[in-house]
Design a protein around this ligand. Structure first.
Ligand SMILES: C[S@@+](CC[C@H](N)C(=O)[O-])C[C@H]1O[C@@H](n2cnc3c(N)ncnc32)[C@H](O)[C@@H]1O
Length: 225
């Protein structure tokens, strides 16, 4: 089964693997019970790094996420997983959380299912069903495009262009195979800053910022339509 295509079991396997590892670990279960009790649930994905704690992710949070959050604006998060980054996006008027896999929607809804500002959308892999054309101020995706094939990314960028407002911004984190840690990670798709720039500009979008240094296995591109 192709790793980076929609019928890949990669994301369900990752969730299942995490559940079984965590279920076996008594200290982790105890920590989660305490976290739940005090209102800070340990969301799926926090084991890849907590943006409140780990410097590179804190930089991403402070440079590419928080400055965009506005209470009168609309945002989309693609592939939110357990919601590791979603907690920083709750200051938008509406946040559409766009996800392809049912199991991940169920996981996400454990934390965000009752938040009125968060609208969960199950998509068909690269589209934004129900989100009007030219209605979105900010699109964010972290940890999702690193696993997608170039053809899925191409379709996503074209669809992002359609939903973005004229001066809206998209921030996408993607696999960077020019970096050794991406080369060593078989779960990361074949992509580079050069290839990603071309995918974005071929769609007619304009690159407004890039970060090829903060993450050791990936890079970030920011663009507008
Ligand atoms: C590795 S997790 C990252 C989750 C979260 N963004 C984070 O950083 O913790 C990848 C997420 O992307 C979702 N995903 C994978 N392919 C997708 C697609 N084509 N469209 C939307 N979501 C997708 C997965 O189900 C999963 O929720």
């Amino acid at each position: 089964m192709p790793l980076f295509e929609l019928d890949s079991s990669q994301h369900i396997d990752m969730l299942r693997d995490r559940r079984s590892r965590w279920a076996r670990s008594l200290p982790v279960r105890a920590a989660r019970a305490v976290a739940r009790e005090f209102g800070r649930g340990a969301v799926y994905g926090i084991e890849w790094g907590d943006p409140d704690v780990w410097d590179p992710l804190r930089f991403v949070r402070d440079r590419y996420v928080l400055p965009f959050v506005k209470p009168d604006q609309i945002a989309v998060e693609i592939g939110p997983g357990g919601g590791r980054w979603t907690r920083y996006l709750l200051g938008f008027k509406t946040l559409y959380a766009v996800e392809y896999y049912d199991a991940l929607i169920a996981e996400f809804e454990k934390t965000y299912g009752r938040n009125d500002r968060v609208k969960v959308i199950k998509n068909n892999g690269t589209d934004f069903p129900g989100i009007p054309t030219s209605s979105v101020d900010y699109v964010f995706s972290f940890g999702c495009f690193v696993h997608l094939s170039r053809s899925l990314i191409t379709n996503y960028i074209a669809n992002i262009k359609t939903i973005l407002k004229p001066r809206g911004n998209a921030v996408i984190h993607y696999s960077d195979k020019t970096k050794i840690m991406a080369q060593l990670n078989n779960g990361f798709s074949d992509n580079t800053p050069d290839a990603m720039r071309k995918l974005v500009t071929d769609t007619g979008c304009r690159i407004t910022a890039e970060d090829t240094t903060t993450m050791w296995h990936s890079s970030i591109i920011q663009f507008t339509r």
